[in-house]
Write a protein that binds this ligand. Structure first.
Ligand SMILES: [Cu+2]
Length: 296
């Protein structure tokens, strides 16, 4: 009896797991970058910040939290004091005073000053995130019903379509990536590089939003909206369409793969080859772009 149970249930399970691992090992893709930008259990507040814009968004939020907390505490104390001080038992004959000029000027001026204190860093942040300073490259993001496409005009103008993976495909091809967020082809960018994002849409309005990047661009047919990202660490980052755009709005996730500059160059070469962009064609494009049209 003892001999038969020498493995025990945990032993059998681990043995089976090993067989499973060995059998499936060749199928599992090697993921060079870790999955970073995803929501976590019991997360509260903002997602972690991965870009300079998001750092500043979190900073402004912290400032506002202090201001609103002080205002709320002040109003609460004032209310409690009034309830106590002017209770009918302590104040049987109410005063008939209706105006106090100094007080009225004060409660007009002080809120204005508070709003100015809020407005200055708020506008500064809006303009900081609005236009990229010295962007190394541009990516044009187009929202479609219901997938994203990414064009790389500075790298030969190839484009990448990014569609959600079915659950069966995700489990098979990208088991480390979260359900409903994994896509067939991510937007790939180099780390520590200022990337200008220009966004538009092909059909209805969509929202290009990646948690922790501090970017939420509503993309609109017939218009170009601009923003920028500069992601510090290599990894996979995810987001979702944030503009109700129709039937499959929930099924057009945004996945960004941040890689080293070398790896990015390799990926670009691979994509260019796949798109049939020969070096000669690229040369022609360079000459054309060096001579802008006369009406510019
Ligand atoms: Cu959408």
């Amino acid at each position: 009896m003892v001999g038969k149970r020498v493995l025990g249930i945990p032993g059998v399970v681990s043995l089976l797991a090993w067989f499973g691992l060995i059998a499936s090992a060749p199928l599992l893709p090697v993921m060079a970058q870790p999955v970073i930008g995803v929501p976590h259990d019991w997360q509260m507040g903002f997602p972690q910040s991965y870009t300079p814009v998001m750092d500043k968004v979190a900073g402004l939020h912290d400032l506002l939290l202090v201001i609103i907390s002080l205002i709320s505490a002040f109003v609460l104390v004032l209310l409690l004091y009034v309830m106590w001080r002017f209770h009918a038992s302590r104040n049987p004959t109410p005063t008939t005073v209706t105006h106090n000029t100094v007080l009225e000027i004060l409660w007009t001026i002080v809120p204005i000053l508070i709003l100015v204190v809020i407005a200055v860093p708020s506008f500064r942040l809006l303009y900081y995130g609005d236009k990229a300073q010295d962007a190394a490259m541009t990516i044009k993001v187009t929202g479609h019903q219901w997938y994203w496409s990414y064009e790389y005009p500075d790298q030969g103008n190839f484009s990448v379509d990014s569609r959600i993976l079915s659950e069966a495909d995700r489990a098979k091809l990208k088991p480390n990536e979260p359900r409903m967020l994994a896509v067939d082809q991510e937007m790939v960018i180099p780390s520590n590089t200022v990337v200008r994002i220009i966004g538009t849409a092909a059909d209805s309005m969509h929202g290009w939003t990646v948690w922790g990047f501090g970017i939420k661009k509503t993309v609109i047919p017939g218009r170009l909206n601009e923003g920028w990202i500069n992601v510090r660490n290599e990894g996979y980052y995810f987001g979702q369409c944030s503009q109700i755009c129709g039937n499959n709005h929930a099924y057009m996730p945004i996945a960004v793969r941040v890689v080293s500059q070398d790896e990015f160059n390799k990926w670009v070469e691979q994509k260019k080859k796949a798109a049939g962009l020969s070096p000669q064609m690229e040369h022609k494009t360079d000459v054309a772009s060096a001579n802008p049209p006369a009406n510019r």
